[in-house]
Design a binder for this molecule. Structure first.
Ligand SMILES: [Fe+2]
Length: 175
């Protein structure tokens, strides 16, 4: 299920809320990077949001080889919509990714944060660009695809499932 951010554009009740609102909307990247130990990321045992486990239950239940082939046929004709890259980022910004246990940032902030971290680490320009564009495929959710069909960790279909995939128990229920 796609969630749309609705409260972000509401006016503040008072100017006293200005500073807190700025920090909520544009958190300091350094604080984000240091507020959590590396091992604390991708914690699927106790995800910060309860959408994460349900997301993977649906994903592992419905994602199949036949489903992938059907979607290839549907989308590889590239006849859904034309837009610039920047417009696609803007379009994507309505989405909150239910599969990500680590962030509630909007998609635009996530893309900028990812590419900036890659740049800061001294990687080449092409890799910064990949960081910026790495989630553009999520626009499929805004064409009506459920999140379980689009976002989250991927895995091969049409063969046996590995027990290293996130929440493997949801695959084995399917058999
Ligand atoms: Fe991402």
């Amino acid at each position: 299920m796609t969630q749309v951010i609705t409260n972000q554009n509401q006016p503040l009740a008072s100017m006293d809320e200005w500073e807190d609102d700025l920090l909520r909307r544009y958190p300091n990247p350094e604080d984000i990077a240091t507020s959590k130990a590396t091992e604390a990321y991708r914690n699927y045992e106790e995800p910060a949001r309860d959408t994460v486990k349900e997301f993977y239950r649906l994903n592992h239940t419905h994602q199949s080889y036949a489903f992938v082939k059907q979607k290839q046929k549907e989308y590889l004709s590239f006849d859904k919509r034309e837009m610039s890259v920047w417009d696609a980022f803007d379009f994507l910004n309505q989405l909150v990714d239910d599969s990500d246990p680590d962030t509630d940032l909007d998609q635009f902030q996530h893309l900028l944060q990812t590419s900036e971290a890659i740049r800061r680490d001294g990687h080449p320009d092409w890799m910064v660009l990949v960081g910026l564009m790495h989630d553009m495929g999520k626009v499929l959710c805004l064409f009506g695809e459920p999140q379980w069909a689009v976002v989250g960790d991927t895995f091969p279909v049409g063969c046996a499932y590995s027990d290293k995939i996130v929440y493997p128990e949801f695959f084995f229920r399917k058999c």
